[in-house]
Design a protein around this ligand. Structure first.
Ligand code: NAP
Length: 287
């Protein structure tokens, strides 16, 4: 039995499988989710439930947040029943949501004022790696905090890379998601160009994935392109958020602006809740 008591806030597409892996590893977990129905499957697997973030932190040594965006994370930290509402000196909070580097530094500062320890720990990898415990975890914190959290990261991911202090990991996360956005935009444009010239999408996917241009993400997204069905693993609205955060953090390269506009336009067309690969549906309409 692992002795650290963990509190988990945010049971969306990522949080749910990550908690399942910690339960399987023998951790004592208390969960909190805004929509209570998402807690039930985890309670059935042995988790306890808390009525608020403030109540949750009281009974835990470590609290992990996995929430949509900066506003959600700030709300969970700062509202009247939030993590900072009561004194809990010495406890550790790990934010694994993707947020602005500035938000991570702000949260680290707030935790310091409240005698709490803080880790900025966004993840690279989607629902399947979350289920398999093979996420890549980007860690921004002190060496001492990293050592405390390492056994937890070892369950959730295949590697945890300590990149610096809080904020640096969020910057690394925005950088890798820029590359993700470029990859998927490129994949979608390539498939559509090939189709317009008589190449079946199945054949084009084989050409990509059997050659040097294939990579992990082009392989993962192949089946959804073939079936033309995009249930969210990584919702398109989250990539729009991340590319916007990258721009706000100073990314001003030749491709970021058209890339952001393309995903933003797909979101405006109602594709925000679909998987990010639904960018191909948006581009197809514009052919
Ligand atoms: P998701 O499925 O949309 O889940 C979001 C979670 O945040 C839900 O538990 C939701 O609660 C909660 N939430 C949203 N607003 C809230 C608020 N104001 N107060 C309290 N709770 C709130 O998101 P996800 O796909 O799990 O992603 C979570 C984070 O990981 C995001 O920052 C995303 O960018 C990042 N990420 C995602 C992936 C991926 O492939 N999905 C990969 C890497 C990183 P309700 O259930 O009540 O809505």
């Amino acid at each position: 039995m692992n002795t650290l008591k963990i509190g988990w806030i945010g049971l969306g597409n990522m949080g749910n499988p990550m908690v399942q892996n910690l339960l399987k590893a023998g951790y004592n977990i208390t969960v909190y989710n805004r929509s209570k129905d998402k807690e039930s499957p985890l309670i059935a697997l042995g988790a306890s439930s808390a009525t608020s973030p403030a109540e949750l932190i009281k009974s835990c040594d470590v609290v992990i947040t996995m929430l949509s965006n900066d506003a959600a994370v700030k709300e969970v930290f700062e509202n009247k029943n939030g993590l900072l509402a009561t004194k809990n000196p010495g406890k550790l909070i790990i934010n694994m949501s993707t947020v602005a580097p500035e938000t991570s530094r702000y949260l680290a500062e707030k935790c310091l004022e409240n005698e709490l320890n803080f880790i900025d720990a966004p993840v690279s990898g989607s629902v399947k790696p979350a289920q398999d415990g093979t996420l890549v975890i980007l860690v921004g914190t002190s060496k001492a905090n990293f050592e405390i959290a390492k056994p937890i990261f070892d369950i959730l991911g295949k590697i945890a890379i300590h990149v610096g202090e809080a904020g640096v990991a969020s910057s690394a996360k925005l950088a890798i998601n820029y590359l993700l956005g470029l990859n998927l935009q490129g994949l979608a444009e390539t498939i559509l160009f090939a189709e317009q010239n008589g190449v079946a999408k199945e054949d084009m996917l084989s050409i990509i994935n059997e050659g040097a241009c294939g990579n992990g993400i082009t392989k993962i997204k192949g089946p959804s392109i073939i079936n033309d069905a995009y249930p969210a693993a990584f919702a398109l609205k989250h990539l729009v958020k991340d590319l916007g955060l990258a721009k706000d953090a100073g990314l001003d390269s030749p491709l970021i602006h058209p890339l952001y506009d393309s995903y933003f336009s797909a979101q405006q067309e109602g594709l925000g809740e679909q998987d990010v690969m639904a960018i191909i549906s948006s581009l197809r309409k514009k052919d």
